[in-house]
Structure formats: structure tokens, C-alpha cells
Design a protein around this ligand. Structure first.
Ligand SMILES: [Zn+2]
Length: 296
């Protein structure tokens, strides 16, 4: 059943709505407890290819040595089997922007679908090397999710539409997103009372690329720790400047957010918190890893 208010929190209904849409569904062991924390309001679906025709659902659930899973919530095999691997946030979107998404924060707002596919090439015609069963399952999965959220197909986007400029992503390759959206909308039909398009985020200029959270590492994290330690001694004076965003750093960020007007207390340093901290940017920003195995 569709709903008219934005859904906030984990999509515990994923398996049910997909099954109801007629997809052949596999529930990966433990999917209801897997995720990098909880979703915020879910704004739509982001489509990816894995970069390999044979990438397994387990590889999306478990991740790889340099990037812990889950790497998306759903995996679609070439035979059309859809596997739900996670209910919580997954690392699939990385750095990017789109009009109704907060910059660099799509992981907390978008359900990711990884299709086992090489992507053929950035210029391949629509659906080249995409078996009918896999494409049909993709259309059904996007339609099921959008419909559950009272969204039209405009809320399904490709990784290349979000991150193309920032990361050079071209997935899903050989998928014309406009044609995909037409096919999804045909399955959704008419939604009488669609969810309103989220308000575009406030531009944040030089801080647009900042996204740091528990598990982040590097010189930008060290810069954050330095700023907190010396600027906010009463609660951050004990911070160790080691470039590792651990529990101590997260606690200091939360405290800063709690004391700052208009910030969400989520322990994540996105553009708004970075701007409030007047965080000095370490350039160039270190790209966030994502689930795509392609070399681009
Ligand atoms: Zn991708």
C-alpha cells in the first residue's frame, strides 16, 4: 500500500513489496540486521551495475577488504533473481549530487540496487548485454519501491546521474535511464497523491564535498579533529588527532551538533555541519569508495 507522508527509517517492507510485484526473491541470511546504521527519509532508488556479470549477492552483502558491506540493499542476478541483502544504510552512492538529494548524503536516502552486469560500455545502446529477465526484475523492483513510497518513476536515478561528474561513474552502463523510468512508470501506473519532491538543500559552497562519518580516515578527519580539539576544548579537548573517525570523534561531533542551532544531531559531518564548524577543506577531497568494481 502506498503512503502519502515520506517514509523515514529502514525499509522493513522490502521483501514483501518485491514479492507482491512478482519478482523471484531470495532473502539473504541476516538481511534484517545488516546495515551501516539507519536510513533517514527514503527519497528513491539508485541503480548500479557491479562491473562484472558474475558478482554474487554475497559480495554485495559482505563487501570486500577495503569496503565493508553491505554495498547495496538489493542484488539482481542475470537470471532475474532478486536478493535482499540489507535493510539498513549501505555504501553505494559515494560523492555526488542531485536536485532533491543532500550533497554527498545519498546513502542515507536512497535504496541501492546492484545489478550483476559488466555495463557493456558507457556508449552501448539501451539494454545491450542486459538479459530480459534481469531488466524485467529491475523494472519491477524499482516500481515496487517507488510505489510503496508514493513516488513516481522520476525518483529512480542511475549512479551516473548522481556521481557522474564527481566520480566519473557510468553505471548502470547500457541503461538509458529515461527509457528505464518510462518502463517503471508503466508498471506503477497513476499515483493519485504522490509524495512531494523534497526541498532542494541549501547551497553550501566550499563545503559541498565534505562527508565524514564513523569509519572515515585520512587528512580531512585529522583536520576535523584538530578543529574540534582546539576550538571546543570543554568537550573535545581530549580528542586524539589520529585521522580516524572513531567513537570519540563521533561523540564530539554530536556534542557540537547538539549545541549548534539548526543542525541535525546525527554524528555525521556533512556540508551543513562542516559549514557550521568552518572546517578547513583538505584538497583535493578524498573520494568515497563505492560498490562498483569497475576501474573508472
Ligand atoms: Zn554505482
Amino acid at each position: 500500500m502506498a503512503q502519502t507522508r515520506p517514509w523515514t527509517g529502514d525499509p522493513v517492507w522490502l521483501a514483501d513489496v518485491l514479492r507482491a510485484e512478482g519478482v523471484r526473491l531470495v532473502e539473504f541470511p541476516g538481511w534484517r540486521n545488516r546495515g551501516h546504521g539507519d536510513f533517514k527519509d527514503i527519497r528513491g532508488v539508485m541503480v548500479h551495475h557491479t562491473g562484472s556479470d558474475n558478482a554474487s549477492a554475497a559480495s554485495i552483502a559482505e563487501g570486500r577488504p577495503d569496503l565493508a558491506g553491505p554495498l547495496s540493499q538489493l542484488h539482481i542476478a542475470r537470471d532475474g533473481t532478486v536478493t535482499v541483502v540489507a535493510v539498513g544504510v549501505a555504501w553505494h552512492a559515494g560523492i555526488g549530487m542531485y536536485p532533491w538529494l543532500p550533497t554527498n548524503m545519498a546513502n542515507w536516502h536512497m535504496i541501492g540496487i546492484e545489478c550483476a552486469n559488466s555495463g557493456t560500455s558507457p556508449t552501448a545502446r539501451h539494454r545491450r548485454n542486459w538479459p530480459a529477465a534481469q531488466y524485467d526484475a529491475l523494472v519491477r523492483s524499482c516500481a515496487a519501491i517507488n510505489h510503496r513510497l508514493a513516488q513516481n518513476a522520476s525518483r529512480t536515478i542511475g549512479h551516473k546521474e548522481y556521481a557522474g561528474r564527481a566520480q566519473g561513474k557510468w553505471d548502470p552502463g547500457a541503461i538509458d535511464m529515461d527509457i528505464l523510468r518510462i518502463d517503471i512508470q508503466a508498471r506503477i501506473g497513476v499515483i493519485a497523491d504522490p509524495a512531494p519532491t523534497p526541498r532542494p538543500p541549501v547551497p553550501v559552497g566550499q563545503f559541498a564535498d565534505v562527508l565524514l562519518f564513523h569509519g572515515s580516515t585520512g587528512s580531512q578527519v585529522a583536520q576535523l579533529q584538530r578543529r574540534l580539539k582546539y576550538g571546543y576544548r570543554p568537550y573535545a579537548g581530549d580528542l586524539v588527532i589520529d585521522g580516524i573517525y572513531g567513537s570519540q570523534t563521533e561523540a564530539a561531533v554530536r556534542e557540537f551538533q547538539r549545541r549548534s542551532r539548526g543542525l541535525k544531531v546525527d554524528g555525521i559531518v556533512g556540508p551543513a555541519t562542516a559549514a557550521a564548524l568552518n572546517l578547513a577543506a583538505v584538497s583535493p577531497p578524498e573520494p568515497l569508495p563505492t560498490a562498483d568494481f569497475d576501474a573508472d
